[in-house]
Design a protein around this ligand. Structure first.
Ligand SMILES: [Zn+2]
Length: 174
């Protein structure tokens, strides 16, 4: 996956060293476009606190938020820094992702039984999140009012494995 990002070179290492050391501990916030915001949380520690997903999720280099965050981790390794993840807020373009704490871990299925499964998960760089529409349309089969109202407006992780299997089976039967 990381082959979409250039290898870390000496210039990158020096750039990170000076940039990160210039941040004040506990307050210094560094925004990396296409990834999010890192807070300096220790002498040699940064914490990813915000994720900024941009549409499309993968840019013209073929690099996703996850690739870029991974690249930063490799860079940090080179200068003995640690990168932690404690995402407090995530954005999809201009819009803040709605992932209510009390719903994290919640699993739901499409009421039309198309096979789609929805999970509410904490935001992380490798995640792909789909917003449930006001019409509670299923992102897989497209049927309206197929999702429980509690998930209206919430960004969920869509597991479409069951849906795809069902589609295959329907095609075989035809
Ligand atoms: Zn469905």
């Amino acid at each position: 996956m990381s082959d979409t990002m250039p290898p870390v070179d000496q210039d990158d290492i020096e750039w990170a060293y000076y940039l990160w050391n210039s941040l004040s501990i506990g307050k210094g916030r560094w925004v990396l476009p296409g990834v999010g915001a890192y807070l300096r949380t220790g002498d040699k520690e940064l914490t990813l606190t915000e994720i900024h997903f941009d549409r499309p999720f993968v840019d013209e280099l073929g690099a996703s938020v996850f690739n870029k965050h991974h690249w930063i981790m490799v860079l940090a390794d080179n200068i003995n820094w640690t990168i932690k993840e404690e995402v407090i807020i995530a954005f999809d373009g201009e819009e803040e992702l709605l992932i209510p704490d009390q719903l994290i871990g919640h699993v739901s299925v499409c009421a039309e039984r198309c096979g789609a499964v929805f999970r509410v998960e904490a935001a992380e760089p490798s995640g792909v999140y789909v917003k449930i529409s006001d019409g509670l349309e299923c992102p897989c089969c497209g049927k309206a009012l197929a999702i429980e109202p509690d998930l209206k407006g919430v960004h969920v992780v869509v597991d479409d494995k069951g849906y795809l299997l069902k589609q295959e089976r329907i095609q075989e039967e035809e």
